[in-house]
Structure formats: structure tokens, C-alpha cells
Design a protein around this ligand. Structure first.
Ligand SMILES: *Cc1c(COP(=O)(O)O)cnc(C)c1O
Length: 222
């Protein structure tokens, strides 16, 4: 099936309040343009160098989301244009994003990545670490970062019950933070969860941003 057909079929499963991030990593600009011409404007990339090259050459009304593991030494390249950084997973990274954003007088949108999977290889804060960041006032002191919500990746498994439980744990943490620390502001609104294989479950469990790659663009060639 073509990118346009894939998108049409995925769009049917995504309600209007959920945003689709088209994960275009490893795919060429011509393929991205097929999705762009079909109306998509949010694209997700996971490598800084690749994102920079694509951003320069593709239309400037694309909202670029960074979804990969970000190294602190690369933050300065993203900060001028990135719309949302999904996977912020350490205090060191938060401080660096804030510092680079301050230099250019920008407020950068970020999601805190939570480790919800059983695999140890996936990145992210524990729920306790995130609550401590809020409790201590660390988050509110980062004046050039807007924390828009949370991001998580479920365990890679066919066990749907397990995936669902992991998404539920992310939603529960989101609700706690929203109620306890963000009741007065309306910027803590996003839960980024769900990929090609599990986005329907993620939407049922309250996801607001789904990150879909292979179901739109086909298999990646690494
Ligand atoms: C690659 C990637 C995706 C997309 O995965 P698909 O299974 O191709 O939909 C989503 N989220 C993150 C963080 C990724 O790295």
C-alpha cells in the first residue's frame, strides 16, 4: 500500500483530539513529502543529524518532534526550531535544554519520559523521580522549558494486557501530576504513547499523541 493509503486507514482509527506524529526516521525526503502532501504536518525523528538535514530542505511549516534519546551535546542544534522533545529522561538534559533555550530566548516544549516497560534497555525516569522533580520545585525553576506532559514506551511484547497496564500506569502518573502540580496551568496536557503495533490501546488508555512510523512509511532500512 502507498503512504497515502496507509495514512487514510490509520486516520480512521485516530479520534480528532489525538495528534498523529508521523515517524519518518530513516525514510527519504520524497517519502516524507507524500505524507506532507496528504496533509500531515507533524513529523518525528530520532537522530539529530538526520533531523537537521531534513529540516533544512523540507517545508518550513512542518512541526518537527524529536522522539529519540537526546545527548546533551546535541541539544543546541535542536533548540532553535524543534516543536516538541518527547524523550527528556534526565535532570542533566533538562538543565541543558533550559540553558540553550535561555540563550536564544525561547521556551522549548518537552515531555518527560517515564520508564514504564519491564525491559531495562528503555530510557526514562521512574515515577518517583518525576514526582520528586515537581515536589522540589526543580521543574518550576526551569523558566525556558514548558513541560507539556509525559511520554512512555511499552514493553515489546504480544501480550496486550501487559501493554495496556503499562499505558494505564503512565496515565495514572499523568493524572497525579496534573492534579497535584499543574491544576492551575493548562499546558500539562499531553501523553505521548503508542506506536504502530499498540497505538489503538494507547488511545483507549488516554494517549493524546501517537508516534507511528512503519504502518505509514513501511519498514525502515537501517
Ligand atoms: C521509531 C519509533 C517509533 C515508531 O515506531 P513504529 O513501530 O515504526 O511505529 C515511535 N516512537 C519512538 C520513540 C521511536 O523511536
Amino acid at each position: 500500500m502507498s503512504v497515502v493509503q496507509n495514512l487514510a486507514s490509520i486516520r480512521k482509527d485516530i479520534p480528532s483530539w489525538v495528534k498523529l506524529v508521523c515517524v519518518s526516521k530513516f525514510h527519504p525526503e520524497s517519502t516524507i513529502m507524500e505524507a506532507y502532501n496528504a496533509g500531515e504536518r507533524i513529523f518525528g525523528e530520532s537522530r539529530v543529524q538526520e533531523l537537521m538535514e531534513k529540516q533544512e530542505r523540507l517545508p518550513n511549516d512542518i512541526n518537527w518532534h524529536f522522539i529519540g534519546h537526546l545527548q546533551t551535546n546535541k541539544v543546541k542544534y535542536l533548540v532553535p526550531f524543534v516543536e516538541l522533545i518527547h524523550g527528556v529522561d534526565s535532570l542533566k538534559l533538562l538543565l541543558e535544554i533550559n540553558k540553550q533555550a535561555e540563550k536564544i530566548n525561547r521556551v522549548v516544549n518537552c515531555l518527560l519520559q517515564v520508564h514504564i516497560a519491564t525491559e531495562e534497555t528503555k530510557f526514562g525516569f521512574s515515577p518517583e523521580e518525576i514526582l520528586a522533580l515537581y515536589q522540589s520545585g526543580t521543574i518550576s525553576n526551569l523558566s525556558n522549558i514548558r513541560i507539556c506532559g509525559l511520554m512512555g514506551m511499552a514493553t515489546f511484547t504480544d501480550n496486550h494486557q501487559q501493554v495496556r497496564k503499562e499505558f494505564q500506569s503512565l496515565k495514572a502518573l499523568f493524572d497525579t501530576i496534573k492534579r497535584t502540580y499543574c491544576a492551575e496551568n493548562d499546558c500539562f496536557t499531553e501523553i505521548s504513547m503508542g506506536m504502530s503495533d499498540d497505538f489503538q490501546i494507547a488511545i483507549e488508555e488516554g494517549g493524546t499523541l501517537v508516534r507511528i512510523g512503519s504502518s505509514i512509511f513501511g519498514q525502515r532500512e537501517y
